[in-house]
Design a protein around this ligand. Structure first.
Ligand code: HAS
Ligand code: HEM
Ligand code: CU
Length: 579
């Protein structure tokens, strides 16, 4: 389905104008659908922050929202799945298409959008009619309506569709250039999608074999432990499906946007390969508190979890050095001068660098969670949402926002309505998320539970139970209010630009050049010196199918011993509808 259109289709010069316009329109549709979900999800989030400070807004929200748990389900599903999937399934086709100068298969890309849109429609119906307050993990025996599970099934299947599109584009490109390694952004996109398709097997098995038939009455009961295990086989890798697209922007574009170069292309490839191989086996670190599997496995899981943190540590250094290089080129000197010298006036750069700063806290708390003994202290407290709002809530959300700051002008030929408002959105989101996350993590250490409608408790009970955590809980609420401001500042820029931005020449995609590694294929890169082929590491990592095979073997080795005993001690739980 892919068609070669020459290596520099960036401006639409070589591509058929019709196809080029169709590509831009599709990409914009993915962005609008994804960010539309975020608008609803991020409007609800601060209500949850207020809940923890004892402010119960929910009685006044009826009949739109009946309970805290209904709102929380909508928040988690729209932000965690719908927002991220739409933006990612757009970017991971569009960016490689621009990098390779190849038109993607438009029919499968539209099918991807269509399946995910149908799934989202079912999910919205199920969540807003108050039948499916099963939270974002949809653990049985909590039971929702068939629309919820079938919607989730469609959304998940749709999200895997970019893989064949990418494979076809890469094959077209390679046919014309035998022996060359895949360009970096395409490579990273391909590894991300391969990882996700393999990871999706867990949740799809849970949905298709258990929850879908259960919801329509074909089977009477399900096994909660088996289903939780299948869920986390997908549920841990999903966090890298949120992270890796942000990394693609950090490695593939940000160093250029910041005025420098990526210091090492092979290290970026290594990061992605390691993330893929280690992502699947570690899912059960979300189940340290679950019964039924051996202590030895829990110990092994800690080691595996620390291994999956490695590629992010590599990223911290590679990205840090690339930013330092950019800052020094821009005249920054001394220990921190380079940091100040970054182009802070560019909202796209500012948002991404600030996102990276929040990830220092997000990564450190992840390592706390991954340490079995420490997890026993923080598990099921608001420390955990404190951890993941400085990962998916900042790294992913802010990087995607940052991408829209150049991409909406690129797609629409309209200038940002206001750079200052865009900058304000980035700084407010950063400040709000840091306040919020520090408050959540701190309060979690006092044992404040996650997923708890504590503002509905009688006043005296709330204070008796959580009064000791009143300072951190006030930070949570303050962070929530700042995040409301950030949200509306961002959406004013996003929709304002699409609708009212002044016409201007569309900027090109800011693909970065690399200092080290196979840069000879990169757009605008000078030809490499004669004889300097791709690095041996990049060449070895080109065998993505071998890496995928290793991933599957590692996942099987980690999951068969855990699932086997469960399969021999099946429990049968009927459904519960609690809210
Ligand atoms: Fe996590 C729970 C462990 C990363 C998301 N995680 C969650 C949940 C979510 C989530 C949503 O082991 C809750 C699920 C639920 O509802 O129950 N997580 C980890 C570990 C990592 C990690 C070890 N998580 C993520 C990412 C997420 C995410 C990424 C989303 C995008 N997580 C856990 C565990 C649990 C868990 C347990 C279960 C807890 C429980 O009890 O339920 C690692 O991948 C983290 C590695 C990251 C680093 C940071 C590198 C830093 C970088 C920035 C550098 C900055 C620069 C800027 C260059 C090591 C790359 C320069 C600036 C200067 C100032 C110099
Ligand atoms: C859960 C607040 C944005 C994803 C939560 C919780 C709070 C919260 C307080 C915990 C509720 C509880 O455990 O009872 C906020 C605020 C936001 C925001 C104030 C700012 C607008 C985001 C974003 C994402 C996200 C951008 C992802 C892209 C999630 C997920 C959950 C969650 C997946 C877990 C839901 C569950 O437990 O089922 N949020 N959030 N949030 N949030 Fe956010
Ligand atoms: Cu995990």
């Amino acid at each position: 389905a892919a068609q070669a259109t020459g290596p520099r289709a960036d401006t639409g010069r070589d591509a058929g104008i019709g196809r080029d316009a169709a590509m831009r329109r599709m990409m914009l549709a993915f962005l609008v659908a994804g960010f539309g979900a975020l608008l609803v999800g991020a409007t609800i989030g601060p209500l949850q922050a207020l809940n923890y400070a004892g402010i119960n807004a929910y009685p006044s929200l009826r009949p739109l929202l009946q309970t805290y748990y209904q709102g929380l389900t909508i928040h988690g599903v729209l932000n965690g799945y719908v927002f991220t999937f739409f933006v990612t399934c757009g970017l991971l086709v569009y960016l490689p298409a621009r990098e390779l100068g190849v038109t993607p298969g438009l029919a499968p890309w539209r099918a991807c959008f269509g399946l995910m849109a149908a799934g989202t429609a079912c999910l919205l119906y199920a969540m807003f009619d108050n039948s499916s307050s099963v939270l974002w993990t949809f653990y049985p025996p909590l039971k929702g309506s068939p629309f919820f599970y079938f919607g989730m099934t469609l959304l998940t299947i749709g999200s895997t569709m970019p893989l064949p599109i990418l494979l076809a584009m890469r094959a077209t490109w390679k046919r014309a250039r035998p022996g060359q390694v895949t360009p970096l952004v395409t490579y990273m996109s391909l590894v991300t999608m391969l990882m996700w398709v393999m990871a999706g097997i867990g949740a799809l098995a849970e949905l298709v074999l258990q929850l879908d038939p259960w919801s329509i009455g074909l089977i009477a009961a399900v096994d909660p432990i088996i289903d939780r295990t299948l869920f986390w086989l997908t549920g841990h890798p999903i966090v890298y499906f949120w992270l890796m697209p942000a990394y693609i922007s950090w490695y593939g574009l940000l160093s250029r946007q910041a005025g420098g170069k990526l210091v090492s292309d092979p290290m970026a490839r290594l990061t992605f390969a390691l993330l893929m191989v280690f992502a699947l086996p570690v899912g059960t670190h979300h189940q340290f508190a679950d019964p039924g599997f051996s202590q030895v496995w829990r110990g092994i899981l800690v080691v595996l979890t620390m291994s999956v943190a490695m590629p992010s540590l590599i990223t911290a250094f590679t990205l840090g050095l690339s930013l330092e290089y950019a800052g020094r080129l821009r005249g920054g000197t001394g220990l921190f001068g380079w940091f100040r010298a970054l182009p802070w006036g560019d909202p796209s750069v500012a948002a991404q660098v600030l996102a990276a700063v929040t990830f220092i806290l997000g990564g450190a708390t992840g390592i706390v969670n991954g340490s079995w003994q420490l997890d026993a202290i923080v598990h099921n407290t608001i420390f955990v949402p404190g951890h993941f709002h400085v990962t998916v809530g900042s790294v992913t959300a802010m990087t995607f926002m940052a991408i829209t700051f150049w991409m909406v002008p690129h797609l629409t030929g309209r200038r940002l309505v206001s750079r200052r408002l865009a900058l304000a959105a980035a700084w407010l989101w950063f400040a709000g998320m840091m306040l919020f996350a520090v408050g959540m993590q701190w309060a979690g250490l006092y044992g404040v539970p996650r997923r708890a409608w504590i503002s509905a408790l009688p006043h005296g009970t709330y204070h008796a139970l959580y009064g000791a955590a009143s300072v951190p809980l006030a930070l949570v609420a303050a962070g929530g209010v700042v995040l409301w401001l950030a949200t509306y500042a961002f959406f004013a820029v996003f929709f304002g630009t699409i609708l009212f931005g002044r016409r201007a020449a569309p900027p090109p995609v800011p693909f970065a050049q690399a200092i080290g590694g196979p840069a000879d294929h990169a757009i605008d890169a000078p030809p490499s010196p004669a004889g300097a082929g791709p690095s041996p590491l990049a060449r070895a990592l080109e065998h993505v199918w071998i890496l995928a095979g290793v991933t599957l073997v590692a996942a099987a080795a980690a999951y068969v011993p855990i699932l086997w005993p469960f399969l021999h001690h099946v429990t049968r739980a009927p459904g519960w509808v609690l809210w």
